[in-house]
Design a protein around this ligand. Sequence first.
Ligand code: NAD
Length: 349
Amino acid sequence: MQITRIASAEHEEVIRVEETATGLLGFIAIHSTALGPAAGGLRMRVYGDERAALDDVLRLSRGMTFKNAAAGLPLGGGKAVIVGDPAAKTPGMLRAFGRAIDGLAGRYWTAEDMGMAPEDMAVIRGVTPYVAGLADGPYASGDPSPVTARGIFQSIRTTAKHRFGSAVLTGRVVAVQGLGHVGWELAKLLRAGGAELIVADMDAMRAAQAGQCFGARVVAPDEILRVEADILAPCAIGGILNAATIPGLKVGAVCGGANNQLATAEDGAALRARGILYAPDYVVNAGGIINVATEILRIADRRAFVSEKLATLDATLDAILSEAARRGTGPETVADAIVAERIRTPDAA
Ligand code: NAD
């Protein structure tokens, strides 16, 4: 196995991992360990070229630093990618990558991300202890999606408080884009909280099922970003808040679980210009990493830890939205500043 270090001005450590025998090519990026060991998932996907994979791991690991800090976790930010079609994955390849993770001696902890499954984490666990997202074991944290959904639900209440003057969701209309692991759980919580739902999913059966279970109005995927609602909760894919979609939005606020919802930094300003309050995605959706953190940090009382960290997340969002209103700036800008300060002064975090 060949490990090559790649210099990066912003990242603490970046390595390229290659093993000809198993066809492995991947990268591990540690953005920051200022608050604790770097944690973030391992993704496997096809990239146009090697540079695109490197750019992805650099961007995603930075995002994990911000997400972990926003949630008040004693964890830094890291990420790993394996280049290739997940269908071509082999145990030998995963074990080789696991040995590369092991070589970082706990400075980076991996977990499941796109293209990976709990079984793959178990293979990696065979060669290194620095892996979370296991299906069993004393600290196994299981599917993070319900905790992610809880975090989004409380964030929607807080966003409603700032945008409409009340956190009560009874009668509020929430449009949920995507009814997968996160969106479905969120829809359940919203319904129980009294909200009226409009939903869409690429999987028409899934959407119809949600229509039945939650008394939701079902619309086509290309309509969900144009419906009239109080809050839009994107829970499908990234980049959906962009120059093409923002002019058509008929909502007062956006608060959902999808990663990287703003296509560009300018799109935050465009939302503000339209009077739409944006709850920064990496703050809102940190429930998943809070859940994973119980495994990394070997937390005995998981329930108490998750509740405490979700409360921290909520207080952080509340502070971000208050400060953004006071300063007349975008919540995403305030979020970045608050989190950057936590990373600069770890002892105060
Ligand atoms: P998932 O794959 O289980 O669900 C995504 C759903 O969105 C699917 O049902 C899919 O059919 C639907 N979808 C895709 N494109 C769509 C479109 N254009 N319009 C409508 N529906 C569409 O994924 P998930 O685990 O629920 O995650 C959803 C989002 O939340 C992702 O962006 C993910 O990165 C992010 N996220 C998830 C977690 C977690 O705990 N699972 C944590 C943090 C962030």
